[in-house]
Design a protein around this ligand. Sequence first.
Ligand code: NAD
Length: 504
Amino acid sequence: MTALELSSPVAVVGTGTMGQGIAQVALVAGHPVRLHDAVAGRARAAAEAIGARLDRLVEKGRLDAAERDAARARLKPADGLAELADCALVVEAVLERLDVKQQLFRELEEIVAEDCLLATNTSSLSVTAVGGALRHPGRFVGLHFFNPAPLLPLVEVVSGFATDVTSATRAYETARAWGKKPVACADTPGFIVNRIARPFYAEAFAVHEAQAADPATVDAVLRECGGFRMGAFELTDLIGQDVNESVTHSVWQSFFQDVRFTPSLAQRRLVESGRLGRKAGRGWYDYSDDAERPGPHTADKEPPPAHVVAEGGLGPAAGLLTLIREAGIQVREEDEVDGTRLVLPSGGRLVLADGRTSAESRDVVHFDLALDYRTATRIALSASENTSPQTLAEATGLFQALGKDVSVIGDVPGLIVARTVARIIDLAHDAAAKGVATEEDIDTAMRLGVNYPLGPFEWDRRLGRAFARAVLDAMHERDPSGRYAPSLALYRHAYAIDKREGTS
Ligand SMILES: NC(=O)c1ccc[n+]([C@@H]2O[C@H](COP(=O)([O-])OP(=O)(O)OC[C@H]3O[C@@H](n4cnc5c(N)ncnc54)[C@H](O)[C@@H]3O)[C@@H](O)[C@H]2O)c1
């Protein structure tokens, strides 16, 4: 099954933010495009707005003037649905309401040909439910574009229960022919990206709610240590707290209030008080002209320890040993011990975040997981009342000697990056095992849809398959609400490896 012919007209119904973007993509790809909106005059205004965007592309040298003129000539507003009768594909981007979308498709089915592909751009409704009103639901798919559609390459091609393989394939190939990167996905709450990304926000908010770190510190650690493009607080301010919360809420509700997706009380309060983010001038941060953006908490300078003893290797943090030696600090390695840690001159231990609190052991400092310890510019440390000031000072001085800023946060298990990445990996395994998408498509979706530095499966391979399960097991033991319970899929995955290594 191939992509739609470029000569086939494509219709976009609902010409707001997403409709305009999708129409521009289909138009620039070469299709004749019809625009329709329920509000009189909006389709015409959308055509003008798209034309103006094409002008800017010409000015920037990304489109030549002749192509722009041809594209403009192919773009037509339609006053009524009847004008869409000869379209080969209709993409709907109207109000996010099931009854409105179902009614629209019922009307469309009376007008278009039997082989016309019908698609919804819904981000939170079930594709199966939207298509449920159709007499021929086999030709109905989800085509979930991301905003801004002309710029972001990812499109989730969602198959509802009744979607034909041929229709899904045709939609997939058409998105590809439009220069997009489609991923195939089953109809589940949040599809791929909005499902697997939830912990990125939830864990940051949870660390803050636990009083362990303020937003600026969490954001800095996610960026400078975790390798994420933006921190969760600044990103949700950009997205809009109301928009981000409504996605979380909808995924949580759709999963019958599964505790793994529970929304954040702190975010609820922000929304209730109208602190919706940048668009409101205030969210987690203050965006008024005279407001000063708070910086992360950064520890004062401490002298580096003269030597450390590395016991049992450091697992995913093993690369640190080279960096420590390069910084002129003596490292003695001892393999035949139980567990992995760095022993400092004080006798205190520095342990990679493992899902336990620092308070549980005498004189322990935990350090966070970094995407890459060499390039990370900041590291989070957590200590407790059972940690001696000398041990915390030596741990701080050690990372500072490696050129890192140090943020000392409260004693939360899994610190900031480790808990976030472990949960993302877990949800990715859970989704793949339940047939939501392939591992490869999940990695692609998370890299392109939310700019993660690595896909969850790539991250998992890099960390070693036991890492996420161990962190979550320990966190689940400390918080048995179910929020951190590792999925069956993660257990199976880790067990298979343990068996191969002969350790179980
Ligand atoms: N905004 C995003 O970031 C984003 C991303 C992905 C998907 N989506 C989804 O795309 C859809 C549209 O979102 P948006 O942000 O573009 O909304 P929007 O409010 O900017 O535009 C919606 C448009 O649909 C029109 N409309 C409403 N009911 C209609 C009907 N029955 N027939 C024809 N037109 C109708 C409205 O007049 C409006 O112009 C929603 O389903 C949303 O969940 C949005």
